[in-house]
Design a protein around this ligand. Structure first.
Ligand code: ZN
Length: 147
């Protein structure tokens, strides 16, 4: 990755971690889960509303930890709001490939571009768990976290 792009991506990550989107707890959440990454000490809790059509009507997160874990959670909530559960799972799948440096061909060009900010993580295997924490927590919330 060229130096200029790397710096730009770092800016985006820092901006998300300093000014997280959709931060807080949804009081009327239908699903929730908490995640913890013991390798780094990151914590993320996700609350969301799945509507009758299986769409993510709203989603929030709260957390504490390194910039990557919090920025990833912030980006995730931004991207997942308004998507169907199936789309959300496909997006997560693509993201998990991307941060491991694998081919993420399942992603739409727009999603690929947004998530590319996190693609540099694949050079730092220790940080992959920071980047994926929020996404795993989302999955747990949807699958097992009905309130
Ligand atoms: Zn971390």
């Amino acid at each position: 990755m060229d130096q200029h792009l790397r710096e730009l991506y770092q800016e985006v990550i820092l901006d998300h971690s300093r000014h997280p989107r959709h931060f807080g707890v949804l009081p009327d959440a239908t699903h929730k889960a908490e995640g913890f990454n013991p390798l780094c000490g990151d914590k993320v809790s996700v609350t969301l509303i799945l509507d009758a059509d299986g769409k993510v009507a709203d989603i929030n997160f709260q957390g504490k930890g390194c910039a990557i874990s919090q920025a990833s959670a912030s980006m995730m909530t931004d991207m997942l709001k308004g998507r169907s559960k199936t789309d959300a799972e496909a997006l997560m799948d693509g993201f998990l490939h991307l941060v491991k440096g694998e081919d993420a061909q399942g992603l739409s060009p727009d999603d690929r571009e947004t998530l590319d900010v996190m693609s540099g993580i694949s050079e730092f295997p220790m940080r992959v768990k920071c980047a994926t924490l929020a996404w795993h927590t989302f999955k747990n919330a949807v699958e097992e976290g009905a309130t």
